[in-house]
Design a protein around this ligand. Structure first.
Ligand code: FCB
Length: 452
């Protein structure tokens, strides 16, 4: 920490990506199909029918991408490895070509002085495991632990920091209740069983990684949303409580308190969801971690709405400026979720493992991408992170989503989150103005932000 910046000197300034969103090469290197290949190929599931079959072609262009990361001065890089590439059949020996690929990537990052954080599951379940029932089935959690153990054994000498699962909320509710993400199911009980099996998979994988690599540091990446009641009316207050329960506490409480929240158990009574819990599960889930990753994108002001069959809630329209996704720009919410995590749950080291914004960026006539809106966004969110540190939050790093424009799930290539612009026809990379701005933030340790 310097006089001019609250960020500690060893703060991990980073950026994040995920395998399916950037790698492409879906049929190469022995990779098997994942649920996202299947989902994206089905008619009407993604914007314009986009798929991740080619994406940013990072599989072939990763050196160029890491050159850009190095030029940015990134201290750390959060990436995911593809389960469907490493274990195409969802079981058994790892695919040697995939192991070689990821070993090369990780070794290269380290030689550049960039610390890798590795996520094991950023949504690309081998299709064969979904055919056998997928996350609503308990055996998938055990399959995941086996994959985690083998991957830690194969790659663990090249990465210290491991995140088993990215954003269990999205997988469970977007994938199994709303059906807007793979595998596209729409069933509340299946979604809730998925919640438990993902929490369990996290715990089983954490134990498996520790077993293979006792020195590994293990965390998680939870998506935390800042929930506010829309008014003082008791029904809005109760609605906000439920939204917070489903979105945040169903994941934080098991990890840090070893139990599902009582109010949510009551709300979901009759769904059969909690029948999935077996003796010992909660201890497995709550085993101590080394760090917590927070992905943050939203504030929601929640009102009661009886027409919603899940929670009886509705989010009000954003009040302030929004990104190209229509997501509200509200930096104070990042500070609030970080403070809440530290007040209510844990004093472990925290990383912001994802935060960022999409805007309709285009390459200008002079070849530049002038994304002043992203600079303003990041400036606000970095300062909110700095304020959280000043308030005592043990924040150790910040990973901007994302290094590159990439395949934004159901939105296909229409949403650009990158510090680096990707022209998907030519695969040309163009660092945006925000990349240069971020480079200067990193070089100054955050001291060049406006702290007044
Ligand atoms: C998060 C996902 C990430 C990306 C951002 C915009 O929920 O983890 O892959 O799509 O949203």
């Amino acid at each position: 920490m310097t006089d001019a910046s609250p960020f500690p000197e060893d703060f991990l300034w980073g950026a994040s990506t995920a395998a399916y969103q950037i790698e492409g090469a879906a049929d190469e290197g022995g990779r098997g199909p994942s649920i996202w290949d299947t989902f994206a190929a089905a008619p009407g599931r993604t914007r314009d029918g986009d798929t991740g079959a080619v994406a940013c072609d990072h599989y072939h262009r990763w050196r160029e991408d890491f050159d850009l990361a190095e030029r940015l001065g990134l201290r750390a890089y959060r990436m995911s490895v593809s389960w469907a590439r490493l274990q195409p059949d969802g079981r058994g020996e790892l695919n040697p070509e995939a192991v070689a690929f990821y070993r090369e990537l990780l070794g290269d990052l380290r030689s550049r002085g960039i610390t890798p954080l590795v996520t094991l599951y950023h949504w690309d379940l081998p299709q064969v495991l979904d055919d056998e029932g997928g996350w609503p089935e308990r055996r998938t959690a055990h399959r995941f632990a086996d994959y985690a153990a083998r991957t830690a054994a194969a790659l663990g000498d090249l990465a210290e920091d491991w995140i088993p699962i990215n954003e269990a909320w999205c997988i469970a509710f977007l994938g199994h209740y709303e059906g807007v993400h793979a595998p596209g199911r729409r069933d509340l009980t299946q979604a809730l069983r998925t919640v438990h099996h993902l929490n369990l998979a996290h715990g089983l994988a954490a134990a498996a990684i520790r077993d293979r690599r006792p020195s590994a540091r293990i965390g998680t990446a939870v998506i935390l949303t800042d929930i506010e009641p829309a008014s003082d009316r008791p029904e809005d207050q109760a609605a906000a409580m439920l939204a917070d329960g489903a979105g945040n506490r169903m994941f934080l409480d098991p990890l840090f308190k070893g139990a599902y929240p009582e109010d949510m158990r009551w709300h979901y009574r009759g769904s059969g969801a909690f029948d999935a819990i077996e003796p010992g599960d909660m201890d497995t889930i709550a085993a101590p971690l080394d760090f917590v990753g927070v992905n943050h994108y939203h504030r929601f002001r929640i009102a009661a709405d009886e027409s919603d069959p899940h929670l009886g809630t509705r989010a009000l329209e954003p009040e302030g400026p929004v990104t190209d996704f229509g997501w509200e720009i509200h930096p104070a919410s990042l500070r609030r979720v970080l403070e809440r995590l530290s007040a209510d749950y844990t004093d472990l080291p925290v990383y912001v493992t994802e935060s960022g914004a999409c805007f309709d960026d285009a390459v200008g006539p002079g070849g530049e991408v002038d994304d002043a809106d992203r600079i303003e966004y990041l400036d606000g969110y970095f300062r909110a992170a700095g304020e959280a540190i000043e308030k005592g939050v043990n924040l150790r790093g910040y990973f901007v989503w994302s290094l590159l424009d990439n395949f934004e799930w159901a939105e296909g290539y229409s949403k650009r989150f990158g510090l680096v612009h990707v022209d998907y026809d030519s695969q040309r990379r163009t660092p945006k103005r925000s990349a240069d701005w971020y480079r200067r933030v990193i070089a100054s340790g955050g001291a060049n932000l406006d702290w007044n």
